[in-house]
Design a protein around this ligand. Sequence first.
Ligand code: BGC
Length: 467
Amino acid sequence: PLCLYAKYLQPFQLSPETLQEVSARLRKDLLRGLGKHSHHKAPVKMLPTFVRATPDGTEKGDFLALDLGGTNFRVLHVRVEEEAQKVLKMDSQICAIPQEMMLGTGEQLFDHIATCLGDFLESHNLKCQTLPLGFTFSFPCEQLEIDKSILIRWTKGFNCSGVEGKDVVQLLKEAIQRTGDYHIGSVAMVNDTVGTMMSCGYKDQSCEIGMIIGTGTNACYMEEIKNVKRIEGEDGRMCINTEWGGFGDDGSLDDILTEFDVEVDKTSINPGVHIFEKMISGMYLGEIVRLVLVKMTKDKLLFKGQISEALGTSGRFETKFISEIEDGLENAKKILTELGLDWGLVDASVVCLVCDTISSRSAYLCAAALATLVNRIRNNRKLDHLKTTVGVDGTVYRKHPTFSSKLQKAVRLLAPQCDITFLVSEDGSGKGAAMVTAVAQRLAHQSRLLEESDGEDDDDEEEEEGQ
Ligand code: BGC
């Protein structure tokens, strides 16, 4: 009887050859994103981050961090200790962002952020200090400097008016000024992938990739500056925020989309945008499963043909149910009951199978994309064999019982010449943001020292010329 269900699930099952093909397409798209003229139209944006180095272990100091774009908005006070090689979270506070605010005006959102930060400083006696601040803002931004960052577009559940096309640092500073009662030091803008890479980088200095598989999905990696055509300079590396969620936005993945993916995209708040993300991340996986179950039920293959109100409501099948259901049949039964469904044993098993199929596809697609990145780094460095570390975070990766092992196994197949260590980041968006700010300060300090010593050399030369 299971073959009755196969026809619904088969379009989600991607062969190793197809995954290789996906990886090859992404490889081309990375190049388009890096190109000087092609990048404007590239679906995978390959955004420079102005992070030029991973930690070297000498960073230190106290920092503030803001984290917007994941499950919650948070304010943190972070201390980086050189002696102990540790990043310590001193205090943190979560501020809810109500749904209306996610869809309201930008001014309201930034006023809320500034107020939360102010309250935090007040309650932790930090108002009199002027601390540097790392702002983890997990949306695609065109970064012009470490502290100038233009929002390209909102993703995930956000859609505040008057922010796209604007400098987010400016909006934050203006909102802080409006509160009129505290100051902040220099600001570093950080994507969560970059924070994740940097927070793991303090522990493991070969960590050169950051990956998120949570509400959204994305990755960053260290690229040779000479390949980033829109940045001046030939030497050294820069971290590139790939924004791989946008892969497929030009139709390049249409042949692997299922009718359910098309439906999820159509009913999302940003149709046509972030197609790859919509096949992978937590914001969408539950909904894909729900649509498959609804279709099977309509075709009388599940729940005696009866769709409960919950199953019929978009968003009601949460992504966390997938993790729970795959963790055991008993969980599946409990959840199906809670969803008001009249289930039998076959129904429960089929639901497990549907969840497994859709979460596996997500893991394999991530693996294909990650394989593209590690293969690219290996080629950049003309190595036969690359050993590297990936810092990872996100609820899907962390909470799903088999996601990480499936992903890792598939990457090994797709990138056989790369030996990858996976490190789950400890609070990349908080501690990592502080780390980015700390590294930026270290580099600024080093280049000031260099300029000063260059200045001394200049004087010498002049003297010599004079003699
Ligand atoms: C955003 C990325 C972010 C990712 C993971 C995506 O929707 O565009 O900037 O890194 O979600 O949070």
